[in-house]
Design a protein around this ligand. Structure first.
Ligand code: TXA
Ligand code: MG
Length: 321
């Protein structure tokens, strides 16, 4: 167990202290509406290097820079297309990351050496308060991947962050507890460097929403951009995840609430809606590991929209670690 500082009451003072820690080059794990992030001052190469160490993540994978409001785009990005502005106006703060041409401010240690940068304004009071406090003392953005070890399931509670990273954080680092994440799957990542937007990672901002707001068709074009979340074996628990298969006694089981639990099967989640499915999925996979289950059977949700994001993560989880 590390002695990183676990902050369960996110008062104004606590936010200012956390911002000061960021400025001093320490890590701050914080809640967002999607999943918890592991943050560092996005202008500080040494601080960002600590993220890669704590996660055990290859250093050439780019990080999302979190900003407090849309007016921070211009600091980090150049040549912002009109449709990206429309997306930001409509969906920020929210579960959406825009990939844009980087400015001078976005160092190679943020972009993985690419000429683009990922930006997001998260929709969570604690995240926004932290970003505001940080900005006031000169921190223009917080670089943050999901606060899990590389390849593991993203944490949706502060306890899960502690479970994942306690061995890898130092006493100066901070974990802010803002309760369970309300969306539960990572942000939609939209490449905005072409004439049309395209989705690099599906999330709660769906293709239909993007097309409606931009008036543009979302293209499927394959991009050269590296997205570690698009690696095949990602988001995986220790248990083997098996999709759309009848569970046997002793197996874990995740399915919509209208599906019954066979005798002897351990029901890990029974969501009533797609939104609830997304919200509780990662906690259910973690619970399976806590119970030391060997196999977790999962019925994929039907439909488009958020179901696409859930199925994307489930398929990766089913390919194992
Ligand atoms: O919801 C989220 O996006 C969460 C919360 C904490 O904001 N963050 C998150 O970060 O999921 P991470 O690092 O686990 O996944 C972000 C993905 C990575 O796969 C990374 O490769 C991709 O975003 N990414 C970041 N910057 C990029 C860039 N310039 N070009 C392409 N992909 C980028
Ligand atoms: Mg991640």
């Amino acid at each position: 167990m590390s002695d990183s500082q676990f902050v369960s009451r996110c008062t104004a003072d606590a936010m200012n202290n956390a911002a000061t820690s960021l400025l001093a080059g320490h890590l701050v794990a914080f809640p967002t509406e999607t999943v918890y992030g592991l943050g560092a001052d996005a202008s500080n190469a040494d601080a960002v290097a600590k993220i890669y160490l704590a996660k055990g993540r290859p250093a050439d994978h780019p990080l999302i820079v979190h900003i407090s409001a849309m007016d921070g785009i211009g600091f980090w990005a150049n040549e912002i297309p009109e449709y990206a502005i429309a997306l930001a106006r409509n969906f920020w703060p929210g579960p959406m990351t825009l990939i844009l041409q980087r400015s001078e401010a976005a160092g190679d240690f943020i972009t993985g050496g690419q000429d683009t940068v990922g930006l997001r304004v998260p929709d969570h009071v604690v995240a926004l308060a932290l970003l505001d406090s940080a900005k006031k003392i000169g921190v223009h953005g917080i670089a943050a991947p999901s606060a899990n070890r590389f390849g593991h399931v993203s944490p949706t509670t502060a306890e899960a962050v502690l479970e994942e990273l306690s061995d890898y954080l130092s006493p100066e680092d901070v974990i802010l507890d803002g309760g369970p994440s309300q969306v539960g799957v990572e942000s939609t990542i939209i490449d905005c460097t072409g004439s049309n937007p395209h989705i690099l990672r599906p999330g709660a901002i769906t293709q239909a929403m993007i097309e409606e707001v931009t008036g543009l068709k979302v293209t499927e074009a394959q991009s050269e951009i590296r997205v570690s979340g698009s690696l095949e074996n990602h988001y995986a628990p220790k248990a083997t995840v098996v999709l759309d298969t009848e569970p046997q006694p002793g197996h874990g089981y995740i399915a919509m609430s209208d599906t019954k639990t066979p005798v002897g099967v351990i029901r890990l989640a029974a969501p009533e809606t797609i939104e609830e499915y997304a919200r509780i999925l990662y906690a259910a996979l973690r619970e399976g590991d806590l119970q030391k289950l060997v196999r977790i059977c999962v019925d994929q949700p039907q439909g488009d929209g958020l179901a696409v994001a859930i199925c994307d993560r489930l398929q990766r989880a089913s390919r194992g670690r």
